[in-house]
Design a protein around this ligand. Structure first.
Ligand SMILES: Cc1cc2nc3c(=O)[nH]c(=O)nc-3n(C[C@H](O)[C@H](O)[C@H](O)COP(=O)(O)OP(=O)(O)OC[C@H]3O[C@@H](n4cnc5c(N)ncnc54)[C@H](O)[C@@H]3O)c2cc1C
Length: 438
């Protein structure tokens, strides 16, 4: 039901600019409606921007993503608000009033040309979140070299000027005078007919998994960190090197279901994509380190998708990845290696592997901020915090609140094709709603 007696406002708010939010925005904008796309990070692309190659085709993730990010950035019907968050929403389907906070970047993006000199000259380095802490970034930074928009922000906590009142190196070297230390948050107010939530997923932190070292062993990393090691734009320029000493690891153990399908200690749900991306990562590791040995611990293989089972077979048969069916009981550091103790339930043997690197596939979990957004909009989340559709069978992209729709992994684990299909379906529902006269 839309606002009584009025036409729906032909503008849509999309929250989250990962592949889901971008796909929904492009579908709607290409049909002639206006879109306000809000992203909390300084640039768009979401998790897909962090991936190296994608299963099962091994396409370069950045190469297939970049044309989309550029199209979103330039689209005349898309108002892109990065480094921004939704503050409040009032109204009803067809006519919501939305207030959006634009965080101060301390850089005047109108003046900034994206030349990168400020980042080069900034003396302050901190671990880069985008590189999962495996490489540094400066206090003034863009998320990645391909960032859209290609405009930096200043991290106040890391900035010497903000913390100690001296430095101003970025200001000194900026050729266009774009540094704006005095900038404050600003607000955008707009009216929209419908809202799509596409806030994506996070990974269950290694600190929650003491059985795998609890995040304290440098050579035990999570799967997104391994994606960064495999990426040409990553901290090692695509070379697989151990974080502790920069050596090439000759034995790598991949552990699936870390925190997933463990209702007693962790989370009950299956994260759905880990079987596929672990196989991908093991294959890519073998492509980078020809004499390397990859092992994968798994409970069982879940690969329902076109060409997916064949991809797993390829990992096993053509790439010589050793699959061990069983759970890992303990991971610990010993003599410069990482020891993995587990059970191979097929042979009935206990297994002990002294590995150079361990890659953990943690459960996918919802982003923590999604709960706040759901509360603000009055829509339910499940026990884990995933956004919940009104009817998961027949209307998996609609919520109980008319005019509010869902797209992508904010609902639960999905791979990229499923995410894109879900987002396009949400966009189609929104446009059908906006077409109605009342
Ligand atoms: C290690 C790993 C490897 C993978 N490899 C593959 C692969 O090879 N092939 C494949 O098909 N899939 C793969 N995937 C899955 C893939 O990453 C997801 O399917 C896809 O990225 C989901 O996109 P999304 O837009 O739903 O979410 P996200 O990419 O998480 O995007 C959500 C966006 O919303 C923003 N956001 C969140 N909260 C807010 C808020 N409150 N306000 C504003 N913005 C917000 C976030 O900053 C983010 O930009 C992999 C996943 C992992 C973990």
């Amino acid at each position: 039901m839309t606002a009584t007696g009025t036409k729906p406002v032909p503008r849509v708010l999309v929250v989250g600019a990962g592949i889901a939010g971008m796909q929904a925005s492009l579908d709607i904008a290409n049909a002639g409606y206006e879109v306000v796309l809000v992203e909390r990070l300084p640039s768009i692309g979401g998790r897909m921007a962090q991936l190296s190659e994608t299963f099962p085709t091994l396409d370069c993730s950045q190469c297939i993503l970049t044309p989309r990010t550029v199209e979103v950035g330039r689209h005349e019907n898309i108002q892109l608000l990065t480094y921004s968050e939704v503050e409040s929403v009032t109204g009803e389907a067809g006519r919501f009033q939305v207030r959006i906070r634009r965080h101060a970047a301390y850089v005047d993006w109108e003046k900034c040309t994206g030349c990168g000199l400020c980042q080069e000259k900034c003396p302050s380095k901190v671990p880069a979140e985008f590189q999962r802490g495996l490489g540094p970034r400066k206090a003034i930074y863009t998320l990645s070299p391909q960032a859209v928009p290609n405009k930096p922000v200043i991290d106040r906590e890391a900035c010497i000027y903000f913390q100690k009142g001296r430095c101003r190196a970025c200001e000194k070297f900026c050729p266009t005078g774009a540094i704006a230390y005095e900038q404050t948050d600003t607000f955008v107010e707009t009216e929209v007919g419908a809202i799509i939530l596409a806030t994506g997923y996070d990974l269950y932190g290694l600190e929650n998994l003491p059985e795998y070292g609890g995040g304290k062993i440098p050579d035990v990393i999570d799967a997104l960190a391994f994606e960064r090691l495999l990426s040409a734009s990553g901290p090692t320029a695509g070379k697989v090197l151990r974080p502790s000493d920069g050596r090439e690891p000759k034995e790598v153990v991949f552990i699936q279901c870390a925190g997933s399908r463990e209702p007693v200690r962790h989370l009950s749900h299956c994260s759905k994509i880990c079987c596929m991306y672990s196989a991908k990562q093991a294959i890519l590791y073998r492509h980078r380190v020809h004499d390397g040995q990859a092992y994968i611990f798994y409970i069982d293989i879940r690969s329902p998708g076109k060409g997916y089972e064949e991809f797993i077979q390829r990992a096993m048969e053509k790439e010589d990845v050793v699959y061990l069916r069983g759970k890992v009981s303990r991971v610990f550091a010993e003599n410069g290696r990482v020891v993995v103790l587990g059970a191979d339930t097929l042979s009935g043997q206990q297994v002990r592997i002294a590995a150079d690197l361990v890659v953990v596939a943690p459960a996918l979990v919802p982003r923590p901020e999604t709960r706040r957004l759901a509360q603000m909009l009055g829509i339910p989340v499940d026990d884990t915090g995933w956004l919940t559709a009104a009817n998961g069978d027949l209307r998996p992209m609609e919520t109980e609140r008319p005019g509010v729709f869902l797209a992508g992994t904010a609902v639960g684990p999905m791979d990229i094709p499923e995410t894109v299909a879900h987002a396009s379906a949400a966009a189609a529902r929104v446009m059908a709603m906006l077409k109605r006269e009342k």
